[in-house]
Write a protein that binds this ligand. Sequence first.
Ligand code: SF4
Ligand code: SF4
Length: 309
Amino acid sequence: MNHNTSHTEHDKALIFEIKGNSLDDGPGIRTVVFFKGCPLSCLWCHNPESKKSLPEISFDPEKCVGCDSCLAVCPRRALDRTNPMLVDRTRCTVCMECTQVCPGTALSPVGRYLSIAEVMAEIEKDLPFYQTSGGGVTLSGGEPTLFMGFASQLLTMIKERGIHTLLETCGFFDYSRFMELLYPHLDAIYYDIKLFDPGEHKRFCGVSSETILENFAKLIAACARDNREILPRIPLVPGITATRENLGSIARFLKGLNVQKVALLPYNPLWLSKLPMLGQPRQTGLSEEWMTGPEIEECRRIFSDFSIV
Ligand code: SF4
Ligand code: SF4
């Protein structure tokens, strides 16, 4: 398991976005801090820009005005406007020179190493909104637990200001370290469970589900003891996670832990359009369609059969 114990862990963390005024990642109006890097490699990751633990550049051809400023500054001759993706990533060293001269945001950096003070400055801009809406700060990703030391310090400072804290996690972390460094500073945890079967989880997400399920079982007991919110979330991916067999296994597992509430996250094909911007082929073999209402309802019914809503 990668704990990312480099010197950057405490001083700075790799973050690809800090999004204010979010209504999607917890109660009220929130600021969401998206960490970059993940120990899983889910085939359908809705934030593909969050997967690599290194900065990247993205290119959006629709925003390019054809000024050629980028070509003039690239020290590696990695840019070619006859290339639909513009950037030859085998040559690019991610020096970011081109992103600084691009007049729009056609070329833009994905991921910056930020200090606690820099992240706190962004968070504090929205203080009045947290107070009036019952909102707060959500750490998301990627996987925030890759940056345990940094996240621990950040959460401590957020709690000192009386702000509600929430962590979104894939569950693949060292449990003792999590309990020591992060848990004491969290008001709520959103915990993703994708595939129950260890082999299927390894096949589609790169690691077995065993650690994730074990951590969840321990964490739900701790949260029940401490009266802390924990919400399991299941991404619905047609043909992979959204199968009767997988959802039934997860529902049975949750029922055994006395879980009564779950969040189902219906598949969103918009993530596919992000892939070419990162220099990756759009064709993944996964669905290009939104899930229909009846398909989502069928998944929901599998959980309601176990009295989980
Ligand atoms: S990031 Fe640097 S090396 Fe890569 S394309 Fe831009 S200027 Fe060239
Ligand atoms: S600098 Fe930006 S807008 Fe100009 S050619 Fe390069 S990518 Fe396009």
